[in-house]
Design a protein around this ligand. Structure first.
Ligand SMILES: [Zn+2]
Length: 234
């Protein structure tokens, strides 16, 4: 399969770009933003319960799938995507003051996530690489913020039912419960260490804690004492 894949990749060299080609298979439970194509892609695999479902209250889909789509959109304006213009060309199209403002706010994310650690082989903590995970963390923050705004707009038009048994949560709170539930996961110690060095995504638990700390909507929904987000970009 690897041989086939590499041969297929090389065979496209020198030919026009096929803009309809997907970078993931249909059953993949994932999504992506492709900067040169200026496109977001959602395979059928991710558009299913509990991430997305037309039969469940909308705050569940907006919290999970809405945040994923907001995440992919935000990649267009993260530390990598910001260099691509509306036609997917690699160019610097921002003013100097915008770049300066972005860099300052991005630095906050680098420091915030570098404080998260996983236990190393000798139990000494290994820090998350704030620079490696910067683009993903910016996209997480922007994604939740866009999805929550979309949910508020939608619920003003079409009211939703509460979830039986979970009706002590407000619907705004359930949006975030759905978000966190989707990112909840468990990995072996060795896998967690390996991912610190190779994965541009922060560990899943850090993606939940970090993103909630950066969401003013979260702190307001849960009436936290501290309302100011730790870091904020979009
Ligand atoms: Zn991403």
């Amino acid at each position: 399969m690897s041989k086939f894949d590499v041969a297929k990749e090389w065979s496209s060299l020198g030919k026009p770009v096929d803009r309809d080609e997907w970078g993931m298979t249909v059953p993949t439970v994932n999504a992506y933003y492709n900067p040169p194509g200026n496109e977001i892609v959602f395979p059928a695999g991710i558009m299913q319960f509990p991430v997305f479902d037309v039969e469940v209250p909308q705050y569940l889909s907006y919290g999970a799938f809405g945040s994923v789509s907001g995440h992919e959109l935000s990649h267009a304006f993260d530390s990598t995507g910001r260099h691509y213009d509306q036609n997917g060309n690699y160019t610097d199209w921002w003013t100097n003051s915008t770049v300066a403002g972005f860099t300052e706010r991005a630095e906050c994310f680098v420091n915030q996530y570098a404080k998260y650690t996983v236990p190393g082989p000798d139990e000494k903590p290994i820090h998350v690489n704030g620079k490696l995970t910067l683009g993903e963390n910016i996209a997480d923050a922007g994604g939740v913020s866009a999805a929550f705004a979309a949910w508020k707009k939608r619920t003003a038009e079409t009211p939703n039912e509460d979830l039986p048994g979970l009706d002590y949560f407000s619907q705004d709170q359930l949006f975030f419960v759905s978000y966190a539930n989707w990112w909840c996961g468990k990995s072996r110690k060795e896998t967690a260490i390996n991912r610190i060095y190779t994965d541009p995504h922060a560990p899943k638990w850090a993606r939940i804690l970090g993103t909630m700390a950066n969401s003013r909507d979260f702190t307001e929904s849960f009436q936290c004492k501290k309302k100011e987000p730790t870091c904020e970009l979009w």
